[in-house]
Design a protein around this ligand. Structure first.
Ligand SMILES: Nc1ncnc2c1ncn2[C@@H]1O[C@H](COP(=O)(O)OP(=O)(O)OP(=O)(O)O)[C@@H](O)[C@H]1O
Ligand SMILES: [Mg+2]
Length: 236
């Protein structure tokens, strides 16, 4: 589904990804973990096309998308849930969802189906349909950000730190919804998470990013048992 090959990305002259390679197979949930500043968000933005690749290649569903603008990647099936949620605060919940569907099917009946599916997954979004997104709680905004990305009917969902700033119970609800959706639809997911325990529970495989390089990768169960991972990320 996704193949990132030797990806380099920079801000001005400062290189922050130094040749990252990773793969995500169809139907997989894959996690990326790493310390603050490791380059996780930059990697997600570069895969989504909102930050340019300096060199290397990004292939999605057997197409080279490295130079495609973000909106074209959305049309092909890549949706990003950005770090910090970035909902459109003054707009209603319903309008945020409608904007998510814009590239996929405009405002037609398919968009209404999508909205109903997302309201079934996150019932609070139905209750708060007319409310400005900015007035929602952090957890509700995260649900909205995920639902908005899903409205584009992605084949690959990119999730950047969905648990950021949320209480453990809210994080658990969101991860449970993601796991349910994955079980029902087989959606392919690439997730960045600081909550490494939760990420390893959700994902079947995981990459560890350190200062712009992949330093470890493996099946979640193997990483969970790895003393170095336990010391660095799991508080063991
Ligand atoms: N817009 C920017 N301009 C300049 N440098 C940036 C910019 N965004 C990020 N960086 C730098 O790039 C490096 C990687 O940042 P990035 O946000 O990708 O890391 P991260 O792993 O997502 O961190 P966090 O866990 O804090 O979200 C950091 O050194 C950061 O300071
Ligand atoms: Mg980040």
């Amino acid at each position: 589904m996704l193949a990132v090959e030797d990806l380099v990305a920079a801000y001005g002259r400062i290189e922050v990804l130094h040749g990252v390679s990773l793969r995500v197979e169809p139907g997989e949930i894959v996690a990326i973990v790493g310390a603050n500043g490791a380059g996780k968000t930059t990697l997600m933005k570069t895969i989504a096309g909102v930050h340019p690749a300096a060199s290397g290649r990004i292939r999605f569903a057997d197409r080279d998308v490295t130079r495609l603008p973000a909106h074209r990647r959305v049309s092909l099936g890549v949706s990003l849930v950005p770090e910090g949620r970035q909902v459109f605060a003054p707009l209603s919940v319903a309008d945020n969802l409608a904007l998510g569907a814009f590239r996929a099917h405009g405002a037609g009946p398919a968009a209404a189906d999508g909205r109903r599916a997302m309201e079934a997954l996150f019932p609070i979004l139905a209750e708060r349909r007319r409310q400005p997104a900015g007035s929602l709680s952090g957890g509700q905004q995260q649900m909205l950000a995920i639902a908005r990305a899903m409205m584009a009917r992605p084949r690959l969902l990119l999730l950047d730190e969905p648990s950021m700033g949320l209480a453990p119970t809210v994080t658990r609800d969101i991860f449970r919804a993601l796991a349910d959706w994955h079980r029902e639809t087989g959606l392919t997911v690439l997730i960045v998470e600081q909550n490494v325990a939760a990420a390893l529970d959700l994902a079947s495989r995981c990459y560890v990013l350190e200062t712009g390089r992949v330093v470890a990768e493996g099946r979640s169960e193997d990483l969970r048992a790895d003393p170095a991972i336990q010391r660095a990320f799991l508080g063991v």
